[in-house]
Design a protein around this ligand. Structure first.
Ligand code: ME8
Length: 659
C-alpha cells in the first residue's frame, strides 16, 4: 500500500480560525480523503503555531498565562475543525515536548554541519508576519501584507548559512519540477533564488516565549524555524525514529502562497543542512478574498467558519470552497454567491436528483431497483468518463475540476430523467422493463457520483449512498467501487429533502434540520442580502402559492408531525453583537424554555414580554450566536419586509396545541 504523508500550515493562535485559514484545511482534507479513497495509507497532520510574539502579546492582552491561552485556543481550533469534518490523523502544537525535542535536535544537526553562526541583526521586523523585512519589501514604510509599521530591531542573533544552499536549491528545483506547484509559485521562487540568497537570522534575543537555542538558552529559536520543524517533529523526529522512518519525507505540504518562501527556500535548505530528505511536493494555494481583500483578522475581513457552517451545515461550505475556487488561484467568498451555489448545485441539482430517484423508485417499484436484461443506457459512459477525469484531476490537485467531474454525472442523470420521462414509461405496460432499467441507471449514476463526492462532502455523500442502497460501509469504499455496476438489487431509502431551496420554504417541516439551519441562521450581519432571520422564515420568502403542485404538498400526517404550541414570553433581551436576534424565555405551560428569534428589527425586547406567540415545540435545539435555541417562534415574513409574529385575537393559555 502506498503511503501519503500530508500536512497543512500550522496556524497562529492569536485569533480564531477564519474562512481563509479554514479553506486550506478543507482543501487538504479533500486531498487526504481522496488519497484514502484511492487506497493510500494516509497520515494527515495539522497543528497550531504557538511561539509567535503575537500569541504571547495576545495572551498578555487578555490577561492569561501564554500556555493557558494556547490551551484554550487549541480547544477552539479543534472545535472548528471538527465542525468542518476535517479528518486529520494528528494535531501538533509547538509547545508540546515532542516538538521541542525535534526542534532542538534539528538545530543541533545544523550547528554540527557548521551552518549556524553568531552575529548581529539590525533591521525591520514585522511581528504579524514574524519576518525580517528589507527596506525594499515595504510599501510606504509599511508591511504590504499587514499594513502596519514594522519594528526596528538590533540584537544578537544566530544566523543560518542559507547562501551556502543556493546552488543546491537551484539544482533541486530543476531536477524536480514538481517540487513546488502551481507553476506561478515555482517561477516566483526560482526568481528569488536566482537573485541571490542572504544568510538569515534564526534566533531572537531577549524573549522568554519560544524554544531555547540548544547551546544558548538566552536566545530563543526564530518562530519560523521552530514552526517549520513541526512537519518532522509530528512524525517522531527527535523522539521516535521508527515513526520518522515510516513517514518522512512528507509527500505534500499544503500552504498559502504568502508563506511559500519559508517552505520552498528556507525549509529545504534547513533539511539539506541537517542531511535529511526533502518533502516531495509543496502546494501553494491562493487566498480567499472577502470584499476584494485577502480574508484576514488583522484587516477586518474575516468570516467566522462556524457562521458559514451554521448556514447550511459543513458540506455546502466545503463544496463551495472547493468547486468555486480553482485550487492554486484566489477566490471570493460572498454570502450571496454561497447561497446561490447552494440553491443551484445542491437544492436544484444534486438534492433534487436524490429526491426524485427515491420518489420514483417507491412510486413505480416499491423502493426496490434491479437491473434488467437491457444494457445500461448512456449514463454508464458519462459516469465512466467522469470517474477517469476525476481521478486525473484529483491526482493533479485540480480539486475544482474533480468536483465538476462528479457534478457532470449529476447533470447527466437529471437530463436523463427529463429525456426518458419515467412517468410516461410507467403509463405504458410494455415499457416496464425499460422503466426499470432507466431507474436503476439513475440510481447507479447517483451512487457513482456520491462516491466521487465523498472526499468533498463526506457526511452528505455518505447519506446519499445510504439512500441509494449502498450497503457497504463508507469507510470501506475505494475508487474502484465507483466503477459502473449492472448487478444487485438496490433498496432505496425514503427520506426528507436533503437540501431544500433556501428562499422557497413557506412552512417548516418537523425533522428538516438542513432547512432549519438555513432558515434560522442570521449571524451574518454584513451580508448584502441578509440571510433568513433566525427562528422565522427567510425575509425573502415568497407568498405561499395557493396552487402549489401536488408533489410539493404534504399530507395531514406530515403536518401533524409539527408540534405547534401557544407560549407566553416571560423575558426578552437582545443578543449581543447581533442586529436581528432576540433571546426569549417562554412559558409553554408544562415547562419553560429559551429560544432565539430573528425579530429584533421588528420588536423591542420589552414589548415582547407578556405576549402570547406560537412556537414549533418539537424542533431539535440549535445554537445561534452561542445560545442554544430550544424551538422556533412563528412569524410571517413578507417579501422584503420585517417579520410579524403570529398571535391570537383572544387569550389562549400557554401549552395549547395549534393545528
Ligand atoms: O502563516 N485565504 O499562520 P497563519 C487562504 N503560522 N489562506 C489563508 C488566508 C486566506 N485569506 N489567510 C491565511 C502562518 N491563510 C504560520 C504558518 S507553517 C510552518 C507556519 C493561510 O495562521 C496562510 O497562507 O497566518 C497559511 O497557509 C495558513 O492559512 C495559516 O496562516
Amino acid at each position: 500500500m502506498s503511503r501519503f504523508y500530508l500536512t497543512t500550515a500550522i496556524d497562529y493562535v492569536n485569533s480564531r480560525p477564519h474562512l481563509g485559514t479554514a479553506y486550506e484545511k478543507i482543501a487538504a482534507d479533500v486531498i487526504a480523503r481522496y488519497k484514502r479513497l484511492a487506497g493510500a495509507d494516509v497520515h494527515f497532520v495539522m497543528g497550531n503555531d504557538e511561539h509567535s510574539q503575537n500569541v504571547f502579546r495576545k495572551a498578555r492582552e487578555v490577561g492569561e498565562d501564554p500556555l493557558a491561552y494556547c490551551d484554550r485556543m487549541a480547544a477552539e481550533f479543534l472545535e472548528v475543525w471538527k465542525r468542518l469534518d476535517i479528518s486529520f490523523d494528528d494535531f501538533i502544537r509547538t509547545t508540546e515536548p515532542r516538538h521541542k525535542a525535534g526542534v532542538q535536535a534539528l538545530v543541533r544537526r545544523m550547528t554540527a554541519a557548521g551552518d549556524i553562526f553568531e552575529g548581529h541583526y539590525e533591521g525591520w521586523y514585522c511581528v504579524s508576519c514574524e519576518a525580517f523585512k528589507q527596506e525594499k519589501d515595504l510599501v510606504e514604510g509599511l508591511c504590504p501584507i499587514h499594513r502596519t509599521k514594522p519594528d526596528w530591531i538590533r540584537e544578537k542573533n544566530y544566523f543560518f548559512r542559507l547562501s551556502k544552499y543556493q546552488d543546491a536549491l537551484r539544482a533541486h528545483f530543476s531536477a524536480h519540477p514538481e517540487f513546488l506547484v502551481p507553476d506561478i509559485r515555482r517561477n516566483e521562487i526560482l526568481r528569488l533564488i536566482e537573485s541571490g540568497l542572504d544568510d538569515i537570522s534564526v534566533s531572537r534575543a531577549g524573549q522568554a516565549w519560544g524554544i531555547p537555542m540548544p547551546e544558548d538558552p538566552q536566545s530563543v529559536i526564530y518562530v519560523w524555524v521552530d514552526a517549520l520543524i513541526n512537519y518532522l517533529s509530528a512524525v517522531g523526529y527527535g523522539t521516535d525514529e521508527v515513526l520518522r522512518e515510516r513517514w518522512w519525507p512528507a509527500d505534500l505540504h499544503v500552504i498559502g502562497k504568502d508563506i511559500t518562501r519559508f517552505h520552498a527556500v528556507i525549509w529545504p535548505a534547513m533539511l539539506m543542512s541537517a542531511g535529511l530528505p526533502l518533502p516531495k511536493q509543496i502546494f501553494g494555494h491562493g487566498w480567499v478574498h472577502f470584499k476584494g481583500e485577502k480574508m484576514s483578522k488583522s484587516l477586518g475581513t474575516a468570516i467566522e467558519p462556524l457562521d458559514a457552517v451554521q448556514r447550511f451545515g459543513p458540506d455546502p461550505l466545503r463544496l463551495y470552497l472547493i468547486k468555486e475556487i480553482a485550487f492554486g488561484g484566489d477566490g471570493d467568498f460572498t454570502w450571496d454567491r454561497f447561497e446561490d451555489r447552494y440553491n443551484v448545485d445542491l437544492a436544484n441539482n444534486l438534492g433534487n436528483l436524490v429526491n426524485r430517484i427515491a420518489a420514483m423508485a417507491h412510486k413505480y417499484r416499491g423502493g426496490r431497483l434491479a437491473p434488467t436484461t437491457e444494457a445500461p443506457g448512456r449514463l454508464a459512459d458519462v459516469a465512466g468518463r467522469a470517474v477517469d477525469e476525476y481521478r486525473r484531476d484529483m491526482d493533479a490537485f485540480a480539486l475544482e475540476r474533480a468536483a465538476a467531474a462528479a457534478f457532470r454525472i449529476v447533470d447527466a442523470a437529471n437530463e436523463y430523467i427529463a429525456s426518458t420521462e419515467p412517468w410516461a414509461l410507467a403509463r405504458d405496460g410494455s415499457k416496464a422493463d425499460h422503466l426499470g432499467q432507466v431507474l436503476f441507471d439513475v440510481a447507479e449514476a447517483v451512487r457513482v457520483a456520491a462516491i466521487l463526492l465523498l472526499p468533498i462532502m463526506p457526511g452528505s455523500a455518505g447519506e446519499i449512498l445510504r439512500r441509494v442502497g449502498e450497503t457497504r460501509k463508507v469507510a470501506a469504499l475505494r475508487l474502484p467501487d465507483a466503477t459502473w455496476r449492472h448487478d444487485g438489487e438496490r433498496v432505496m431509502a425514503k427520506a426528507d429533502a436533503l437540501w431544500p431551496r433556501v428562499e422557497a420554504q413557506a412552512a417548516p417541516t418537523s425533522n428538516d434540520t438542513d432547512t432549519r439551519d438555513g432558515r434560522r441562521q442570521s449571524v451574518d450581519e454584513t451580508s448584502k442580502t441578509p440571510p433568513a432571520s433566525a427562528a422565522v422564515p427567510p425575509a425573502s420568502t415568497p407568498a405561499a402559492s395557493p396552487s402549489a403542485p401536488a408533489a410539493e404538498r404534504i399530507t395531514i400526517d406530515d403536518f401533524m408531525k409539527v408540534d405547534l404550541r401557544v407560549v407566553k414570553v416571560l423575558a426578552a433581551e437582545k443578543v449581543p453583537n447581533s442586529r436581528k436576534l432576540i433571546k426569549l424565555s417562554i412559558d409553554a405551560g408544562t415547562e419553560q424554555r429559551t429560544l432565539v428569534a430573528g425579530i429584533a428589527e421588528s420588536y423591542e425586547p420589552e414589548a415582547l414580554v407578556g405576549r402570547t406567540v406560537v412556537m414549533v415545540f418539537n424542533l431539535k435545539p440549535a445554537k445561534l450566536m452561542g445560545i442554544e435555541s430550544d424551538g422556533m417562534v412563528l412569524a410571517a415574513s413578507p417579501d422584503g419586509g420585517k417579520p410579524t409574529l403570529v398571535g391570537f385575537e383572544q387569550d389562549v393559555p400557554p401549552g395549547t396545541r395549534v393545528r
